[in-house]
Design a protein. Structure first.
Length: 308
């Protein structure tokens, strides 16, 4: 994804950048395969467990469930329509061919499959047990999200809104997800009943754990230390593509005695695979260590001034 300066990106700039994204390579085939597979698993979670169990997991899909309950409008179609304005905002504020294409494919595949599977899956799903619907629906949903993240895509909806709130208002991505998902779950409590809403919170928790386990680790934030012979090129790509700050630390190779600058940055778990690709493209011989961070405070994350 490309954040910095994206407000000035024209449609022509976007179109000209697309050929590099669609240029054939097995990595791109793998990434798009992961995105489509993830969308299929998310759609299965909706049709097998969440919709029959009337459990709202937040985001645009949760809002679509609520509207469907009252109007019977197709959930997938409403997810697609609901994501359209957020996609436009994401294109403007987040930008880049990678964001545009991969998010569009993820949303379109999930929307289509959610409505297509209704032809093959009974409306009552596989069980009427709320606990089973919560656990298995949450696990499937999280696995699907994790695969989309591994394909360097986003699922649209609260993913886009969360990143925009983070970029423009300084709200951490985890807080942005919490705000948007909580609003939808509360609406689900009014639409269905509060017992189902409580199980919906359980779905969010379980899916979050599953998504983190599938995509990369279990904590929200990651720290990365990169030793490269091309520190300027690597750091520039990180700052432009991820809009994450990079600190250059002085280092010396113990064996060679040569200066070896070390790059240090903090990212979110969904950006780990993007960081790996960035470093691989800039310096395939680089050495990188990725660790877990319990909390991140400051620009791009939770404001340090808000701490007590």
């Amino acid at each position: 994804m490309h954040f910095k300066g994206s407000e000035n990106q024209s449609f022509g700039d976007l179109i000209r950048s697309i050929p590099g994204e669609i240029h054939f390579s097995w990595r791109i085939v793998r990434d798009y395969g992961l995105i489509i597979t993830g969308a299929l698993i998310q759609a299965l979670a909706m049709r097998l467990f969440l919709v029959p169990g009337q459990m709202v997991s937040g985001g645009i899909s949760g809002a679509a469930q609520i509207i469907n309950f009252f109007t019977k409008w197709p959930i997938g179609l409403m997810v697609f329509i609901g994501n359209a304005p957020l996609f436009i905002l994401g294109w403007r504020f987040l930008g880049g061919a990678r964001f545009a294409l991969r998010t569009a494919i993820s949303v379109a595949a999930f929307s289509f499959l959610t409505d297509f599977l209704v032809l093959f899956i009974p409306a009552e799903g596989v069980t009427n047990d709320l606990v089973l619907n919560c656990i298995y629906g949450g696990i499937l949903l999280g696995v699907g999200l994790g695969l989309v993240y591994r394909g360097q895509g986003t699922s649209g909806g609260s993913d886009i809104l969360g990143r925009i709130l983070n970029s423009k208002l300084g709200i951490s991505i985890s807080q942005a997800y919490l705000i948007t998902d909580t609003v939808v779950v509360l609406a689900g409590g009014f639409a269905f009943d509060w017992r189902h809403a409580l199980y919906g919170l359980g779905v969010i928790y379980v899916s979050g754990l599953a998504a983190e386990a599938v995509s990369e680790g279990s904590s929200i934030f990651r720290t990365a230390m990169i030793i490269s012979s091309r520190p300027q090129e690597v750091s520039q790509k990180i700052m432009v593509t991820l809009e994450r700050g990079v600190t250059v630390l002085s280092g010396t190779g113990a064996y060679t005695g040569a200066d070896r600058p070390t790059l240090y940055c903090v990212i979110t778990k969904s950006e780990v695979n993007q960081l790996k690709e960035i470093v691989k493209e800039a310096d395939p011989q680089a050495f990188m260590v990725i660790g877990h961070a319990h909390e991140a405070l400051g620009e791009g994350f939770r404001p340090l001034s808000g701490e007590r």
